[in-house]
Design a protein around this ligand. Sequence first.
Ligand code: F6R
Length: 211
Amino acid sequence: MRIAIAEDYDELSEMAAHATAEYINNNPETLICLAAGDTPLGMLEILVDMHRHKEVDLSTVYYAGLDEWVGLGPEDIGSCAKVMSDAFYNPAGIPKDRIHVFDGLDKDIDKQCRSMEAWISHHGGIGFTLLGIGMNGHIGFNEPGTPDTKGCFSVKLDNTTKTVSAKYFGKSRPVSTGMTIGWRTLLDAQTGIIMASGELKAPIVKAAVEE
Ligand code: F6R
């Protein structure tokens, strides 16, 4: 594990975008797992810009959405699918058949999980993960106390996650469950980045690194 500290959010975004582009350039048919959330937005914008300037080709790789709020669909403001379509997949013009995300509106959560697992295994596992970390230390929706499990599953959301979620929806929504790729499957990726930004995240980043 390597810890890199950036001067500010812009530098963090540059560093993460360039590391991701370098991985894609070296592994043009890999499967990339992308977190939504606020932290990666700057790096995604840079990555799309690099794609437009032909410094990286984002259309050769495959994508897996890391997680989703159960009950929110791809058109719902704040859903992981919508955040990523608006910030990345649409501006980069990624073909739809290269993207697989959870459908939070499907009542059959188990089917959603099996379908994501099949997508990951079809591509020989995840090559690269671009992750954030929650205020409670969660990665994806692997909440504190989630077992170290392979595959995908649904999770009862932690109170911190529910409280923080209002920032994505523009209002409070009664979310209680999430679907996520499991921590063990993420750790099995060839390589990846966990991004964190801002003073508020400092204590949890310290705990995650040291504990
Ligand atoms: C989002 C996700 C979450 C976020 C984390 C940090 O798809 O998986 O684990 O990465 O909650 O969110 P931000 O970046 O908004 O602080």
